[in-house]
Design a protein around this ligand. Sequence first.
Ligand code: SF4
Length: 319
Amino acid sequence: MSKDNLIFPICPVKAAPAHVDALTINWHVTEACNYRCQYCYAKWTEHPCPRELFQELERSQQLLTELFRYFQPTNTSNPLCDALSWRTLRLNLAGGEPSILGERLLDITRAARQIGFEVSLISNASKLASDVIKQLAPQLTCLGISLDSAHSETNLAIGRVERSGRQLSLNELTANLDFARQINPALKIKLNTVVNALNVDEDLSGLITRVRPERWKVLRMLPVVDDTLAVTDEAFAAFVERHSAFQSIQCVEDNSDMCESYLMVDPYGRFFQNQPAGVGGYLYSQSILSIGAAAAFSEMRFSPVGFSSRYVTAAGEAS
Ligand code: SF4
């Protein structure tokens, strides 16, 4: 990334770099998902090749090696270091739904660990049965689960349902998460909730109390692909206020907080970013494997300030 692409606050005095514990790279390994959420923004266009990268383990390893080489904390030639410092590098596997990759997800997780990443996963949990948890949990520092509602009808209306009609059982989920905690006591459980027109009036307190996440990310639906379920400023604020009892674990992200504050790689191995508000869709770099991480990252805009401001818990935990 060139320094021209870093977005700094307007300030005549050069500030010390913000520090985060882990720099997180989100690799959206696949677009495929067994749910059909109306607001889903896991839709990547202009495919540069027919196959997603995860299908070739060797190329996946090459991608991860290149990302690690460029973003490891000791690489001071990365201009991001002028604005941000970090202790470790975390690969967050996202989708689509990564768990539908089955064994390949485990292969990628192990490869990432061997290369030097900490690894986390964000999943809709529909395929995280106990046998999968048993293999995955020891490899992860954080397991993120996306949950929007405690009500079957609301989940159905959002599209959080498999083709067969099967929905996530909260009893099974809590049992599986307890199992995950048992085999990896250091594992952090995170919940992601997308606040949208169908759940904005709901009280999720009971759900949060049952799942006991260490962190709860409350994301305002981002109208990247579709704005049908968008919520007003007032309704979003009311949702946050209704759950103020969970303030200590909450990380609230309005639409503007999400722009240019994530490091994201798409299923084809390109960096991507949200277009500015109102434009919609994504901006892509060229393939990281073709031109290298430094050159590909230099094509993107990224806000270190926006990124580090998402790390505001007392423990300085990564989101
Ligand atoms: S679970 Fe996630 S990836 Fe799947 S459709 Fe819903 S938002 Fe998209």
